[in-house]
Design a protein. Structure first.
Length: 84
């Protein structure tokens, strides 16, 4: 199913899409941009899944009575994000 959405893109992304069309890699700029998104979305999905699991784990700890010191968990999460 296709949907139409208006977005602003960086100039270099549009130029890359135009090159993809010119070289026959994609049928249109829209097709080229969808290809870029699909190739990159796998990594984003992995990161989202990781953080969902982290937050679910924290909720489980809270339910079991574990006390999370204010700020300490945030520091750990921030450090983990910075490493990615």
């Amino acid at each position: 199913m296709s949907m139409s959405v208006t977005i602003k893109l960086k100039k270099d992304v549009v130029e890359l899409a135009e090159k993809m069309v010119k070289l026959g890699i994609a049928k249109s700029r829209s097709h080229a941009i969808n290809m870029m998104i699909e190739r990159g979305i796998k990594e984003v999905r992995k990161e989202v899944e990781f953080w969902e699991n982290v937050y679910a784990g924290v909720e489980e700890l809270k339910k079991s009575g574990f006390v999370v010191s204010h700020g300490k968990l945030s520091d750990l999460l921030y450090e983990e994000r910075a490493e990615r």
